[in-house]
Write a protein that binds this ligand. Structure first.
Ligand SMILES: Nc1ncnc2c1ncn2[C@@H]1O[C@H](COP(=O)(O)OP(=O)(O)O)[C@@H](O)[C@H]1O
Ligand SMILES: [Mg+2]
Length: 363
């Protein structure tokens, strides 16, 4: 029996969906991100910190021009989701795509054609086929003969069941043989995007600004693009000065962050991300560390960016802002997207009890 023979049993039916423990969609291995206009495609991600299951099967598409607000109780996984979108965290399972490039390692569980190369798959399929054909594990028989005995239809259904079983019970091991590693490697090689490129294209702004206190404002702004060799120093400085002028802080360029107010620091942090000319901006509660009187200036800068067409994802507790700026709102609870809708619908007509409860506390 050659191992190759087992591959042909699997028909590729990429429309097929299953709902299982892992709720994984079959994704055709050869077709990457097929939906046009999707900038970030989060495919069924799970994140564990040790035994703590923080993300629990999240899929979402961020389309070009989208302004997506993410809301949800503290600890529901909002920051972790955002951090997975620019690979500050690597999801335990699942994939994140940026346009047609993969920014996480490929997840074998999302690819039938990779699973089919595994020793586990081959062993389970053969065992089940022998059982159906009434042929003991010891008896010599070719796979072709086995398939003939049970019929191709049964063989195919066994294959599908085995794939499902492998996905749902997380049966893939570290070592699944050379063919499997090759398939996985090839896929990564073909689609993976260099991490620095990914970070350039996806800007991130944090709750606590994360400016370097020992660097001036201008130095803070040009650090990443210059260090990552994404821009020459001259270009980076030019871009940074333009942005500082735009946010009205040009006169602070040589100050250190400690001389700035919270609102000013956060505006600099936003401008710093913009120096890279990202396609998408991720904001993680950009106003929650600010004194109330400074919230407005930061929100107004974000709103300007939104109005200019910037694609963005914002984790926020500012429901009014979410309503005003977002075209879509995701409600996260327990590491899952529990409800997703336009802000009008989601806020005025929430369906899920946990969302109703959450809104009653924050609105
Ligand atoms: N690096 C980490 N190590 C261990 N646990 C973490 C880590 N990051 C987040 N967590 C835990 O994951 C859960 C979700 O965190 P987070 O994504 O920050 O939620 P949210 O932003 O919705 O408040 C929390 O229980 C948090 O303690
Ligand atoms: Mg958070």
């Amino acid at each position: 029996m050659t191992e190759d023979n087992l591959d042909i049993i699997v028909s590729d039916n990429s429309d097929e969906k299953e709902v299982g423990l892992k709720n994984i969609e079959f994704v055709d291995c050869e077709i990457a991100n097929t939906v046009k206009g999707v900038v970030i495609d989060v495919k069924n991600i799970y994140k564990y910190f040790g035994k703590l299951n923080v993300l629990n099967g999240i899929s979402c598409e961020i389309k070009k021009g989208d302004k997506v607000a993410i809301i949800g109780p503290s600890g529901s996984g909002k920051s972790t989701l955002l951090r997975c979108m620019n690979l500050l965290e690597e999801p335990t399972y699942g994939e994140v795509w940026l346009d047609d490039r993969l920014i996480t390692p490929a997840d074998p569980y999302l690819h039938k054609s990779i699973i089919c190369q595994s020793k586990t798959y081959k062993k389970l399929v053969e065992a089940e086929m022998r059982k159906r054909a009434g042929i003991s594990q010891q008896e010599k028989i070719s796979l072709a003969a086995l398939t003939e005995k049970i019929g191709t239809e049964v063989a195919e259904s066994i294959s599908q069941d085995v794939i499902m079983n492998i996905k749902q019970n997380d049966l893939l091991k570290k070592n699944e043989g050379a063919k499997y590693s090759d398939a996985l490697k090839k896929y990564n090689y073909r689609y993976n995007l260099n991490i620095n490129k990914a970070r350039q294209r996806v800007g991130m702004v944090f709750q606590h600004f994360n400016l370097f206190n020992n660097l001036t404002i201008l130095q803070n702004m040009i650090l990443s693009p210059v260090q990552l060799r994404l821009k020459s120093t001259v270009d980076a400085v030019k871009k940074a000065l333009n942005l500082l002028e735009r946010i009205g802080l040009l006169d602070k360029k040589d100050e250190y962050p400690s001389k700035l107010s919270g609102g000013q620091k956060q505006r600099v942090a936003i401008a710093r991300a913009l120096v890279m000319e990202p396609e998408v901006m991720l904001f993680d509660e950009p106003t929650s560390a600010l004194d109330p009187e400074m919230v407005g200036e930061v929100l107004s800068l974000i709103k300007d960016l939104a109005d200019e067409g910037m694609t963005m994802v914002i984790v926020t507790h500012e429901m009014g802002f979410a309503k005003e700026v977002a075209n879509r709102v995701l409600f996260l609870d327990g590491g899952k997207i529990v409800e997703e809708n336009t802000p009008e619908e989601l806020f005025s007509n929430p369906q899920n009890d946990r969302l109703k409860d959450f809104l009653s506390k924050v609105l």
